[in-house]
Design a protein around this ligand. Structure first.
Ligand SMILES: NC(=O)c1ccc[n+]([C@@H]2O[C@H](COP(=O)([O-])OP(=O)(O)OC[C@H]3O[C@@H](n4cnc5c(N)ncnc54)[C@H](O)[C@@H]3O)[C@@H](O)[C@H]2O)c1
Length: 330
């Protein structure tokens, strides 16, 4: 996809996992990119130093300064804290960073006159869904403070559209996984809470990873999740930016593949790809873990023309493992 005139995109959280992968894809497509990140959870080495502005989302004046110095077409907003368990211990930190931080960003955008935003939302806005695959029309029902923080931002976006004409596309991600197929960026969270990097970590350290529950009402008893390759997810952001530039009204899309894999199936794929046994133990269920979370991704495919290319479980694990073994950490 070629960008005719070099449009600039401001990416918040671009030093993190999905933000760094999306930044690379934007640059590959010919966009100019400026990254805002306070490096609280990201990695300095994940961003070209010339593009990085170390600013906290809560610093509205700092954001305005960046936006004035580097005028941009749209904002892609990844920056947030993302650990569900942590959000249930320190909800005040999550609401401050994720909700007040987003409010500060929207305030800066209105002050400068930027009217388009793509927002990283999550399947956690649905909580324990009544129907699977989950459609975008399912009600908000978050069961943790992290999910609630994303619902609150989606609601802020509604009012900023109504009152200020700021249009947004919310992408509700399911489980982002894998790494850049060219090996330039990948996943590295601290604390790490995601299954695939935890399985890799168990192989590297020999310390068993705990799998939470094998007595769910699923074919093999373990939870089923919808894994979307980070490169396919980055592609969805590009399509969302293009849609907003073409005049799309505010929309919400699930970003998943519509195909679920159980924890055991993922573990088997990791063992096949790496050729190593994964030391693991079965622990009790985690409170608030739905047995099955799978997206109805029809809207994203039909309305934005999104086509997943890398989201088969083998490619996810192969690219992720390559990053685990060879990736650079900044
Ligand atoms: N990883 C997933 O599977 C997943 C699933 C659903 C939704 N999401 C959402 O996607 C987004 C990106 O997730 P990720 O996995 O790349 O996370 P990440 O932790 O790797 O990246 C987040 C980045 O935001 C930065 N950041 C956090 N608070 C900030 C602040 N106040 N000011 C400036 N920068 C700040 C961090 O330093 C980090 O670089 C998040 O909004 C997350 O809620 C992720």
């Amino acid at each position: 996809m070629e960008v005719p005139t070099k449009k600039r995109i401001l990416v918040t959280g671009g030093a993190g996992y999905i933000g760094s992968n999306t930044t690379l894809q934007l640059l590959d497509a010919g966009y100019d990119v400026v990254v805002v990140d306070n490096l609280s959870r990201g990695h300095r080495g994940a961003v070209d130093p010339e593009r990085l502005r170390v600013v906290n989302l809560l610093d509205t004046d700092g954001l305005v300064k960046v936006m004035n110095e580097a005028p941009c077409e749209a904002v892609i907003h990844f920056a947030a804290y993302i650990a569900v368990g942590e959000s249930m211990k320190i909800p005040e930190v999550y609401f401050l960073n994720n909700v007040a931080g987003s409010l500060s960003l929207l305030t800066a955008m209105v002050r400068v006159g930027i009217g388009k935003l793509v927002f990283s939302s999550t399947a956690a806005v649905y909580g324990m869904p009544e129907r699977v695959p989950i459609a975008e029309t399912a009600p908000y029902a978050p069961v943790n403070a992290y999910g609630e923080s994303k619902v609150m931002v989606e609601k802020l976006l509604h009012w900023f559209d109504q009152i200020h004409g700021l249009r947004s596309i919310c992408l509700r991600y399911f489980n982002a996984a894998g790494a850049d197929p060219a090996g330039r960026a990948g996943e590295s969270h601290e604390p790490e809470t995601h299954l695939i990097p935890l399985l890799f970590r168990a192989i590297r350290t020999g310390v068993p990873v705990t799998l939470y529950g094998d007595d769910y009402d699923t074919p093999d008893g373990t939870c089923i999740r919808d894994y979307i390759h980070v490169t396919d997810l980055a592609g969805a952001h590009m399509l969302a930016v293009e849609a907003l530039s073409a005049g799309s009204p505010s929309r919400k899309f699930n970003a998943g593949t519509g195909r679920g894999f159980s924890v055991r199936e993922v573990l088997t794929a990791v063992q096949d790809v790496t050729g190593s046994a994964v030391p693991h133990q079965i622990g009790p269920r985690r409170e608030g873990d739905p047995p099955m979370l799978v997206a109805d991704s029809g809207r994203l495919q039909e309305d934005l023309g999104w086509v997943p290319r890398y989201s088969d479980i083998r490619t996810i694990v192969e690219t992720g493992w390559r990053w685990e073994v060879e990736g650079l950490r900044g």
